[in-house]
Design a protein around this ligand. Structure first.
Ligand code: NAP
Length: 233
């Protein structure tokens, strides 16, 4: 990747996305800071140095996605970071609505944003897509831990679906590098557990930046931990 690269990070006004945007800008990448609230986006951008511009982007809103794609035009790196936890229950204690709300952001939002930005990414000589997933979405990991009782099923299965999407995008776009990253537990506003966690979100962001700046012969279609190790599907 070159100094003239451009990147869009969704949900970059806070948390892990904020640090991904900040670190990419610090490395000379021109960053489009996606934020569904432009004022919160502007406040975040004011804390970064480098070339950063705010793009109003709600991944649930087709009009907002289309406007962002039109504003951006050319893109080298897409980081699908925006995500939510809507419900913490196991399937028997959960609702279709909780699953639907979670999938709308964590799965359908990624599909909608990625497809809208594909024309811009196809103009890049080195297109990269990084999907911010979760180790809790690892089916192999979940099978090894039956003691979880299937808790967090909506969120965890949404990240399993995101991992599947990552693999299928990589297979459909062989000249791209498309990867999923598990950030580990980080202190952010994602949910109560994250709010009280010790993990530094900036450390996880370094892992995403590494995947965003992969060389052309770097891995694609993988599920990577923030520290570069492989996470089982
Ligand atoms: P966070 O601090 O809550 O940040 C989430 C970001 O996503 C915010 O900027 C939020 O915007 C944005 N967002 C939510 N819905 C959106 C929408 N419809 N359109 C656009 N942006 C939207 O949480 P985080 O921990 O940094 O989460 C970032 C990613 O890391 C998520 O995909 C999450 O699943 C993943 N992750 C986090 C952890 C952890 O321990 N923190 C662990 C594993 C995976 P608003 O400010 O407007 O709400």
């Amino acid at each position: 990747m070159t100094q003239s690269s451009t990147a869009l990070v969704t949900g970059a006004n806070k948390g892990i996305g904020f640090h991904i945007a900040r670190l990419l800008a610090a490395r000379g990448v021109t960053v489009y800071l996606g934020s569904r609230d432009p004022a919160r986006g502007a406040a975040a951008a004011s804390e970064m140095s480098g070339k950063v511009s705010v793009v109003p982007l709600d991944v649930l809103d087709a009009g907002s996605i289309a406007a962002a794609a039109e504003q951006i035009g050319e893109l080298d790196i897409l980081v699908n970071n925006a995500g939510i936890i809507a419900d913490g229950g196991a399937p028997p204690d959960s609702t279709v609505d909780a699953f639907r709300r979670t999938y709308e952001t964590n799965v359908f939002g990624v599909l909608a944003v990625t497809n809208a930005l594909l024309p811009a990414l196809r103009r890049s000589p080195h297109p990269r897509i990084v999907n911010i997933s979760s180790s809790t979405g690892s089916l192999a990991g979940s099978a090894e831990r039956p003691g979880s009782g299937g808790s967090g099923a909506a969120y965890r299965s949404s990240k399993a679906a995101l991992n599947a999407l990552t693999l299928f995008y990589a297979q459909a776009l062989p000249t791209f590098r498309v990867n999923a990253m598990a950030p580990g537990l980080r202190r952010t506003d994602l949910n109560e557990r994250a709010r009280t966690a010790d993990g530094d979100p900036a450390e996880a962001a370094e892992g995403a930046v590494r995947l965003a700046l992969l060389p052309d012969d770097g891995p694609t279609g993988g599920f990577h931990s923030w520290d570069g190790t492989t996470v089982p599907w």
